[in-house]
Design a protein around this ligand. Structure first.
Ligand code: BTN
Length: 263
């Protein structure tokens, strides 16, 4: 763990713009890409608060002051492997948070980071094309540094402060830029293998029971975790069949108590 964050600067080529307030850092970065001004890889937009923070699956991301809200611009590879960047991001978030806490961080497929089973970080990757037709990935990352009061939350949430850890958004975003830079380099040089292996050390273990809500499905897929495939799809063994899940949501515990199978 580092004790003096001020010496940790941005990696070469990365630039950080900090706003007091934005509707959403992802929305702002997408506006910059569409307007075609200064949209270079490594541009980071951070806001102290968001008035219309967005989460996955159309949910809102409650964004009071005190937490980290940042979006990172990444030159996107072909669409078939763009989803791998979400895993690169999760691993980088865990690397970055390991610099401020020893607490056991875990991840939940595809892009959540959990602390003691509660969500502490969410990631919203969005693909967007610029005027030249070039594809970019806007990687939005929200980390709860302070407690967040979410009325009627769909899932349990926690924060670093609730575990006695004090860290500023400015410090954490710089750690994150360094770890993202490192993990992106590793991914570009060596492919998905090292990222998937790093994810697996903090992700579900093979054979672990899980329930997945599939898009548009009334029920859940219940089964045992069987690993990730090369695209980052979730492999779930259920009722003697191996299911490949590209989109969906793994439920938080307690999960529905039923036998394995699609229910
Ligand atoms: C999730 O639902 O888990 C994803 C949450 C992503 C929140 C971050 S905060 C910074 C960026 N700007 C947004 O509007 N959303 C993402």
């Amino acid at each position: 763990m580092h004790s003096d964050p001020t010496i940790y600067d941005l990696p070469s080529g990365w630039r950080l713009a900090t706003f007091d307030e934005l509707d959403s850092t992802n929305a702002e970065l997408k506006r910059i890409v569409v307007a075609g001004k200064d949209h270079v890889e490594g541009l980071i937009i951070r806001a102290n608060l968001q008035t219309a923070g967005r989460g996955r699956q159309g949910r809102a991301w409650i964004s009071p002051p005190g937490n980290l809200y940042a979006s990172f611009l990444i030159a996107a590879p072909e669409v078939s492997i763009a989803s791998q960047i979400g895993f690169v991001a999760v691993v980088a978030v865990i690397d970055a948070l390991a610099q401020v806490t020893d607490l056991p961080l875990r991840c939940k497929w595809p892009n959540d980071v959990l602390l003691h089973g509660k969500k502490i970080c969410g990631i919203l990757p969005e693909l967007i094309a610029d005027a030249m037709g070039r594809q970019w990935l806007v990687l939005g990352i929200g980390i709860n540094l302070q407690p967040v009061k979410v009325a009627d939350s769909a899932y349990p949430v926690t924060s670093l402060a609730e575990h006695g850890i004090s860290a500023s958004a400015d410090t954490v975003v710089r750690f994150l830029a360094q770890d993202l830079d490192h993990r992106l380099g590793q991914w570009r040089e060596h492919g998905f293998g090292p990222i998937a292996r790093a994810w697996s050390t903090v992700g579900p273990q093979p054979g672990e029971i899980m329930a997945v809500r599939l898009p548009g499905a009334a029920g859940f897929l219940r089964g045992r975790f069987h690993g990730l495939d090369g695209e980052g799809a979730l492999l779930v063994a259920a009722a003697d069949e191996l299911h490949r899940v590209l989109a969906g949501e793994v439920l938080f515990e307690p999960m529905p108590e039923r036998r394995a199978g699609v229910g």
